[in-house]
Design a protein around this ligand. Structure first.
Ligand code: GLN
Length: 547
């Protein structure tokens, strides 16, 4: 049966709780344990699927088709454990399940209350798959004291009482502000945060303190005394140059040891940190630099493309180069020529996105990459825009467009090379969707197989012809246009196994121009860079050598 580690936060948000959880997961793995990480989010959205990327950053999609919090991406990148739908829950999901049960009469006429009905629902969620791993790490979103978070804190408190002693521990992340005037790290906010936690019945076993500077012994002892933890369990988390240093940095600070001590696991198995040493070496000692432009819509908020930025870093690590990313607003090219903005980049990436805004600019970026022979990776919408560009500018379909845009007015005016898919096959079953379905949950979501054409560039990149990648989209390239486009050199080199849905396109006479309908970035890891990103960066390195 799993041991449970509950990770909470206090003082301020954005302290890197997700990263600390992910790094701890990696360290436990390095000691030979199996782990699973979970996120419990207090917000009322049922899932982040319908939230704007500006609100919540990227939506991370799991193999089994759940739209989840971007922290699950960190978990996967650090542990390599594929996240599942059952690794992410929100208050919205909890309440909607409780209310459904109430309507069905499952509670036999009882009064439905936060305690025990909502807390029971949360506890049932935490328990899912508890026999499968050695450690289950559950991160609670937000900070202690948030009104929305209370049922979650209450649930984990109860949970630790339901379990035998010693099976659950609590790790609390706080901030030690540095006051320059007095030259001191202040412990008071942490003391208050722990007090708040203890007032709801949770005593932390491990304190992780974000601070700009090392914590002097005196402050460490003070924190231990006032927060009722052992001095060895006060762990400093200092700013790092790269998130991928976190496992080694936390290990040096004694985080994994403190956690194992809290569980009274002795002697603790020795860690093997070679993978992370290699990762850190590749990050710190690049042998060159390439410049990549990401032409997108949500460029003000980098978290909107979190996994893409990380996958590019991994691609850089595979080639031992630093990847310098510039975020370019696609809308710029709707007013101005793309060339001055894109010259000088060694590769161009057009990411996924929704809605019409910025799409004409993305089409211009695809055209620039095609005609200037710059490596281009189009992801989801970035692939669709590359296909529209090819149809308009090469195949002579000047009205080519997507049914996603200007749906009404354009119906009979344009050639819908990108069409709204309403029926498809998953696991031998037909799935049908109506255009008028709710916004949430109407997409082709999660892992689907694709078959690659023997001898194509992608087959070469992957080193095989059967792949499985994660999807999140409503629209598809219409196979009706395949012959016309292939005749011009845009090969449909990856198809769904039934041959109906184009998954990958590539220009045969271009050094590196690939569009994929799926999201390869979601499966890339620092210790196992995704082949498409590794080869895309390799192609960028080649371009950089030409100039
Ligand atoms: N908006 C497009 C679609 O729904 C692309 C989605 C995406 O890029 N994730 O098909």
């Amino acid at each position: 049966m799993a041991r449970f580690i509950f990770i909470t936060g206090g003082v301020v948000s954005s302290l890197g709780k997700g990263l600390a959880s992910a790094a701890l997961g990696a360290l436990l793995q390095a000691r030979g344990y199996t782990v699973r990480l979970r996120k419990l989010d207090p917000y009322l959205n049922v899932d982040p699927g319908t939230m704007s990327p500006f609100e919540h950053g990227e939506v991370f999609v799991t193999d089994d088709g759940a739209e989840t919090d971007l922290d699950l991406g960190h978990y996967e990148r650090f542990t390599g454990v594929a996240a599942r739908a059952t690794d992410s829950i929100s208050s919205g999901r909890v309440y909607s399940t409780v209310l459904e049960k109430e309507r069905r009469g499952d509670y036999l006429g009882k009064t439905i209350q936060v305690i025990p009905h909502v807390t029971n629902e949360i506890k049932d969620f935490i328990r899912i798959g508890e026999d499968e791993v050695d450690f289950m790490l559950c991160e609670i979103g937000g900070t202690v004291g948030d009104i929305e978070g209370l049922p979650f804190f209450e649930a984990i408190r109860q949970f630790s009482q339901d379990k035998p002693r010693g099976q659950c521990i609590f790790m609390h992340l706080t901030l030690l502000p540095w006051i320059a005037a007095s030259g001191e790290l202040k412990t008071k906010p942490t003391q208050h945060s722990v007090k708040e936690l203890r007032s709801i019945g949770i005593a932390p076993d491990v304190l992780v303190c974000r601070s700009e500077r090392p914590i002097p012994q005196k402050e460490r002892e003070k924190l231990a005394l006032f927060c009722n933890v052992r001095p060895d369990s006060v762990i400093a988390a200092m700013d790092l140059k790269s998130i991928y240093e976190a496992p080694l940095a936390y290990h040096r600070e004694g985080l994994d040891q403190a956690v194992l001590d809290a569980f009274q696991i002795s002697p603790a198995p020795k860690p093997d940190l070679q993978v992370w040493e290699d990762v850190a070496d590749r990050i710190h000692n690049p042998e060159g630099e390439v410049r990549v432009a990401i032409v997108g819509k949500y460029t003000q908020l980098e978290d909107a493309y979190k996994s893409i930025a990380e996958a590019l870093t991994h691609g850089g690590m595979a080639n031992r180069v630093k990847v310098r990313v510039d975020w370019v607003d696609a809308e710029l090219f709707e007013r101005e020529d793309a060339a001055p903005h894109l010259e000088g980049f060694h590769a161009i990436l057009v990411p996924g996105g929704f809605g019409e805004r910025g799409t004409e600019g993305k089409i211009k970026a695809a055209e620039f990459a095609r005609t200037h022979k710059i490596p281009y990776l189009g992801i989801c919408l970035g692939m669709q825009m590359a296909v529209i560009e090819a149809a308009r500018n090469v195949a002579g379909l000047s009205n080519a467009g997507s049914q996603e845009f200007d749906h009404e007015a354009g119906k009979d005016r344009f050639e819908p090379v990108i069409f709204h898919l309403k029926e498809w096959i998953k696991d031998n079953q037909k799935i049908a969707r109506d255009v008028l379905d709710d916004k949430g949950g109407t997409m082709r979501l999660g892992a689907y197989n694709a078959t690659l054409t023997d001898g194509s560039k992608v087959a070469d990149v992957y080193g095989r012809t059967a792949i499985e990648e994660r999807h999140r989209h409503r629209y598809e390239v219409d196979i009706k246009y395949r012959d016309k486009l292939e005749k011009e050199g845009l090969c449909f080199s990856g198809m769904s196994p039934d041959g109906r849905l184009p998954e990958i396109v590539e220009w045969s006479d271009h050094p590196w121009f690939i569009g994929v309908q799926f999201h390869p970035e979601l499966k890339s890891k620092p210790f196992a860079p995704h082949p498409l990103f590794a080869d895309f960066v390799r192609a960028a390195v080649d371009t950089s050598r030409l100039v």
